[in-house]
Design a protein around this ligand. Sequence first.
Ligand code: LLP
Length: 424
Amino acid sequence: MHYFQYRDGELYCEDVPLREIAKTFGTPTYVYSGSTLLRHFRVFEEAFLDVDHLTCYSVKANSNIAILNLLVREGSGLDIVSGGELYRALIAGCPGNKIVYSGVGKTPKEMRYAVESDILMFNVESSQEMDTLNEVAQEANRRARISLRVNPDVDPRTHPYISTGLKKNKFGVAMDEARSLFGRAQKKEALEVVGISCHIGSQITEVSPFVDALSRVLDFVHILKRDGIWVRYVDIGGGLGITYDKETPPHPEDYAREIKALMRGTNLVLVLEPGRLIVGNAGCLLTQVIYTKRGPERDFVVVDGAMNDLIRPSLYGAYHGILKVKGESDGEITADVVGPICESGDFFARGRRMPSVSQGDLLTIMSAGAYGFSMSSNYNSRPRAAEVLVIKDKVFEIRRRESYEDLIRGESLIPDPWGGPPWK
Ligand code: LLP
């Protein structure tokens, strides 16, 4: 469900024609619908209303501070994976006690920053990380709350690159190792064991892998109790999928019903880290056709957005719907929709059946709100796109388009190393 709809043959985001956004802000531009975003968050929250829980939106999905701030104002906590994300979270007004920190490679510097920000908990992913965190917290004269991220070895049946809960994955610790690690953590002076966590993958379109993972984690909580270790939080990560094409992911209520059934009577606080579900279908990438081109074997639609703006099709072969901003057209074509980057992998769609388009037409790459801008880069020295947030008939520029000066910020020329005069 989202608020990108045709009105009189023209595509709108809420009450604003996308044509106007292109006119004011240029292309390519990420356009987010604030009402969609909030609706997704509220539906998710309502589904879990009757259990003790904390939703920590996963910052990596879309980390624009305006988006984070909207969600924080709705009561969301945040799931972070780096010092940079912590910085964003704090700027967006998130209280430390609603921040959870995951990731296999937290550096001592990042840990110190998070310890001093008094975050809710570190989801610790290895034995060495645990020792390092203990030292960092000791030096800071603080106690760090931790949860251990376990690897429940459940197959989420999603793309291998975004599957994280299998034994072969780098994330978390195996259940057998976790038991001794919990024991060791308990004895660390500067650590307080408060939780257990897992995250099995992303874009998961069935409930059963979540149920399997949570059941294993809860069985493990019983074992811990027998060892005299009591946890308060069970963090089941994110991962609930969305519809890009024909997928039929469970509604948050169906997902919640089964999770809640397992949680009832446990006295544990459930922590959830949804990312894609909240923002994925709340954003699109607005782009313009630069050229259409007929090849001997294929037809191409060359647009001004590229893989540096949205890498999901190139990286995962991901499907994104493509719509024409001006609805009507003379018939259909089959084409590759490609960007200007010097790589054959630079495409948004291949062999796509779509309405015919002409030079100058505006298109939207749909479902681009999650892992779109946040994975964008400056490859081919392309300034990163603008981001705008629409709420009803209001448009806010939440990130201005980068300039050429932005591209070289922090770079410098060096004096001639062979002793000649410096370059001008
Ligand atoms: N929690 C943890 C510890 C995570 O690693 C992730 C995502 C999430 C929560 C949020 O998962 P979500 O609800 O968004 O599925 N770039 C890929 C997705 C990578 C997901 C990484 N971790 C993509 O574009 O599909």
